[in-house]
Design a protein around this ligand. Structure first.
Ligand code: JFZ
Length: 444
């Protein structure tokens, strides 16, 4: 009886939540979510006027540069070697299917010709709209384009900086005004979603500026962002546009994908990802190629091709996309350490992409030897670590297996199906450096 009451209470709660949530994604949005998941791999580009200082995109905050002094960079930023074709080609070379570009980071600088601010790329000596060039080139090379947009602003007086955690050295004294700031963001987002063709996603960031630090019990925001207004504007302008917000919390109503920063869904090595992965909406995790997002002249801690491919494979097995970052230099060029690694990842993807693109994850828990991705009736078993025994064991796998073979070369492998799981015999495998992929075909 108590169980019955409890269950009806549970049902009541679920219904209450369902009715409280007003957002119903459009059919084209649901389709966009599927193709987003199929695309799997994208390039994050952190770049803007802050790149001139070669010390990360947080340099204004970290060095407490006030607005007056920071504003001088407007005379300095002149990306004469910016070539959208090269950026898109670099993403292509890695096997990436989309780009997420910083339109405006925390320093508030707009990388497009916005009507609503003078703090923008077209007021630098360079004078041209980089976003326009990038959007045109993406269209030409069939590359999807998403836009990073900071909710937090270290430059504008109307942003509620008084309650913000960061940007304390900006020298602002005027009283903020969120209504004015919100209108500004809506105006800019309307430009971005009207003048640059189809936008795959808007990648919001900065919410955490108005909360206690990640991991705190109380993560309530000190301001009401009015996300319902922002999100519905975006979905109204482009129903297929996917909204994500790097607030490091359970997804809010109106969001179309959930993001993780420097961690696989469910892990929290970075201390930024306490949120539980959603089962409802697509997932994405982003990571840097060294330890910096924006260009950093002294950061040479480059990740290896192997570790980045492993990250991609692990992300896919966790049902998440991988958004891998580059921070181009202030002149617009991309350093060779990045382009070389991207090319090498692309060579691996050319051979093995079938086991990544279009797959889904969360079909099998991670094992010491590696992880599993799935498409139709094929399980792609990624052996990332050389097994000690002459076999790998997939505990609890009790779907009927029709066959096992190596992905590369398709040589048949013997296997044994037991009540407790499946053994695949890998004895004489020469383990390649990065990943040995085994295809398990399930009987239909
Ligand atoms: C955010 C940005 O601040 C960063 O510059 C970059 O764009 C990254 C992709 O996203 O990263 C964060 C977010 C939150 C905190 C730190 C970095 N935080 O709460 O300390």
């Amino acid at each position: 009886m108590t169980k019955k009451i409890f269950l009806s209470f549970l049902l009541f709660c679920q219904l209450a939540i369902a009715f409280a949530q007003s957002y119903r994604p459009a059919a084209e949005n649901l389709a966009a979510r599927r193709s987003f998941q199929d695309n799997k791999f994208g390039m994050f580009i952190h770049w803007g006027l802050s790149s001139t200082l070669g010390a990360n995109e947080w340099v204004m905050n970290n060095r407490s540069i006030n607005k007056t002094n920071y504003a001088r960079l407007l005379q300095v930023f002149d990306p004469v070697h910016f070539d959208a074709a090269k950026w898109v080609a670099a993403a292509k070379s890695a096997g990436m299917n989309y780009i997420v570009f910083i339109t405006r980071h925390h320093d508030g600088f707009s990388n497009w010709d916005t009507k609503y601010s003078d703090w923008k790329i077209t007021n630098t000596p360079y004078g041209k709209d980089v976003l326009k060039q990038l959007a045109d080139e993406c269209k030409k090379q069939d590359m999807k384009l998403g836009l990073y947009y900071s909710l937090l602003d270290w430059y504008r007086d109307d942003y509620p900086y008084e309650t913000g955690r960061t940007g304390k050295g900006s020298g602002r004294t005027a009283k903020s005004n969120y209504a004015s700031y919100l209108q500004f963001m809506k105006n800019q987002l309307t430009e971005l979603l009207t003048n640059y063709g189809p936008i795959m996603s808007v990648w919001f960031d900065g919410h955490w500026d108005q909360t206690n630090p990640e991991g705190s019990a109380d993560l309530r925001s000190r301001i009401d962002w009015k996300y319902d207004e922002i999100y519905s504007l975006i979905h109204q302008l482009q129903p297929a546009c996917l909204i994500g917000n790097n607030h490091h919390q359970t997804p809010f109503d109106g969001e179309d994908f959930q993001m993780f920063e420097k961690d696989l869904p469910g892990q929290n090595k970075s201390g930024l990802s306490y949120q539980r992965p959603s089962n409802e909406i697509p997932l994405e995790t982003c990571e840097t190629m060294n330890n910096s997002w924006g260009y950093n002249i002294t950061d040479t801690q480059y990740k290896s091709v192997k570790s980045l491919v492993h990250y991609l494979v692990n992300a896919a097995a966790n049902n998440a996309n991988f958004l891998l970052n580059i921070g181009p230099m202030a002149d617009g060029s991309v350093q060779p350490e990045f382009t070389d690694t991207l090319k090498a990842i692309g060579q691996w993807m050319k051979r093995n992409g079938e086991s990544i693109y279009g797959t889904r994850g969360n079909v099998f828990p991670a094992q010491d030897w590696g992880v599993v991705t799935a498409k139709d009736n094929t399980l792609f078993v990624h052996v990332l670590n050389r097994p000690n025994a002459g076999y790998i064991f997939l505990p609890g796998l009790n779907e009927k297996i029709a066959g096992a073979r190596l992905f590369d070369g398709k040589r048949k492998l013997s296997f044994r199906q037991q009540p407790e799981g499946v053994f695949v015999y890998t004895e004489k495998l020469s383990q390649p450096d990065i990943d040995t992929i085994i295809e398990l075909t399930l009987s239909k």
